[in-house]
Ligand binder design. Structure first.
Ligand SMILES: Nc1ncnc2c1ncn2[C@@H]1O[C@H](COP(=O)(O)OP(=O)(O)OP(=O)(O)O)[C@@H](O)[C@H]1O
Length: 466
């Protein structure tokens, strides 16, 4: 059991390191070294992340500048993260455990390179848990798995580029990282560039601001053999960035480079993409991943538990696979909850414990609010909250607004007046919108229905995530 808790702690530490990586975005190197690299992971109890700060100044700065971002970035790794608590520590408790040395805060900015830095391998951007070995293959994901594996094995591919398409939490990042992990070990000379669409956009904007756009282009067009580009729906509505991406994709494909993109919807369903980008992405081999069936879910749970060195009773694996059918991330977080409780309290993993933990998690369903729904709709349509509340009548925006009103009616007990007020509209406009959406949804092959299903799934699972 001790080994298991050590492994869980190691795993949480890895997750925290990934969160730290994510926090680099938008901070200068100096800020990162000073405020983020020095934060210490202390514990995560399922909802609350406890971090250690070295003094009051550190704590106050993180509290006022960073906590909202830690919550946002952190939810990718700690799905039910609700709260961040900052504690003062005079020593790094983890260091103390390992070698008894006193913790030294790193040098203040600007940080200079030391000899130790020279020749050090840059840290891999790939999550070591996300390998092909750890990916459970079933009917729902077999094709996606096989194409990614072929891509990483440099086999003669019918198509040099793949578009992994799936709802959240079904393994897009896992497979993308698996390609990265395999390539970096089996073909270390292959230059693999992993980036999310948001990072790509931010890098480009920074390069433009600093007059270094040529460096940026070279980095992507000449300095990359395999491009792994995640969450492409982020490009929706960002014209200039889309243009740059089209050139980059063309150059890479002309040179026979390999590309994997991921997204939640088919390229043709991503709103506000220019024609060129839509057609480039449309030409890519689309590999969908569906929700896993019971057998695959059960195996995923068993494989995850085995990875943590825990033998899970079959009845517990079956109970979880039966009870949680939405996304795999949700399934995984229930398992982590069970392992954590069993190891902290020193009690065996039983069906009763699994029931208790799962129930506590599912009871956690907060009531959905209008902003929560509006946010999910905005993300899907690529429009901003301001646009949603504005007088704009652009089709994309008015459709998003109407769907948001419809979902607010469906998921909340808010009155028509309250919904009208939230979107700056009249009571009769809300009634009109509800009827319009109803009519649209009733149509055969309704695009809006597909959209609504995506948003609804997102709302429901985010709600489960707490
Ligand atoms: N078939 C599978 N076998 C093993 N683990 C899986 C499988 N599918 C998903 N997972 C696990 O589920 C979790 C979520 O997967 P992942 O992050 O890849 O989802 P995603 O599709 O990229 O989601 P999002 O769109 O929200 O980023 C990960 O921990 C991953 O390891």
């Amino acid at each position: 059991m001790e080994n298991a808790s050590r492994r869980i702690m190691d795993r949480m530490l890895k997750e925290w390191e990934a969160v730290q990586e994510g926090l680099k975005e938008g901070l200068s190197r100096g800020q990162y070294d000073l405020w983020v690299a020095t934060l210490r992971f202390l514990q995560f109890d399922g909802h609350e992340l406890v971090l250690g700060c070295r003094n009051a100044l550190h704590r106050d700065w993180v509290q006022s500048h960073l906590v909202p971002r830690i919550l946002t970035v952190g939810r990718d790794r700690f799905p039910r993260l609700k709260k961040v608590r900052l504690e003062l520590i005079s020593q790094d408790p983890l260091q103390e455990k390992d070698d008894g040395q006193e913790w030294q805060p790193p040098e203040e900015v600007p940080r200079q390179l030391s000899f130790a830095d020279v020749g050090q391998k840059p840290r891999s951007p790939f999550n070591p848990r996300f390998t092909f070995d750890q990916f459970v293959v079933g009917r729902s994901n077999h094709f996606a798995y096989a194409t990614c594996l072929a891509m990483a094995g440099q086999q003669n591919l019918f198509n040099q580029s793949i578009y992994l398409m799936a709802d959240p939490g079904l393994g897009k990042s896992h497979l993308t990282h698996a390609v990265g992990n395999l390539l970096t070990t089996s073909q270390p000379d292959t230059r693999v560039r992993y980036v999310t669409a948001e990072q790509f956009a931010n890098e480009m904007i920074r390069a433009l601001k600093r007059d270094r756009i040529e460096d940026f282009k070279r980095r992507y067009r000449d300095g990359c053999d395999v491009l792994l580009l995640e969450k492409v729906e982020f490009f929706s509505g960002k014209r200039k960035i889309q243009d740059e991406l089209v050139y980059t994709l063309d150059e890479l494909l002309d040179r026979g480079r390999r590309i994997i993109c991921t997204g939640k919807t088919a390229p043709q369903d991503i709103p506000r993409l220019n024609h060129e980008l839509r057609s480039r992405l449309g030409g890519v081999l689309v590999a969908p991943i569906e929700r896993p069936d019971f057998v695959t879910r059960k195996e995923i749970i068993q494989r995850k538990a085995a990875y943590d060195g825990v033998e899970l009773p079959m009845e517990v694996a079956e109970f979880l696979a039966d009870r949680i059918t939405s996304d795999v991330r949700q399934l995984e977080s229930c398992l982590v909850g069970i392992l954590a409780k069993s190891s902290i309290l020193g009690i065996p993993i039983t069906l009763e414990l699994a029931r208790e933990v799962t129930q506590a998690m599912l009871d956690y369903l907060p009531s959905l609010s209008i902003p929560h729904i509006a946010e999910a709709v905005c993300a899907n349509f690529g429009v901003s909250m301001e646009e949603l509340r504005s007088r704009a009548r652009h089709k994309q925006i008015s459709q998003a607004r109407q769907l948001a009103m419809y979902l607010c009616r469906k998921y909340t007990s808010e009155s028509l007046n309250a919904i009208a007020q939230a979107f700056g509209r009249s009571h009769s406009t809300v009634i009109y919108s509800l009827k319009k959406v109803d009519r649209e949804l009733a149509r055969k092959n309704s695009q809006l229905r597909k959209r609504m299903e995506h948003v609804a799934h997102r709302i429901e699972t985010r709600c489960l995530d707490g």
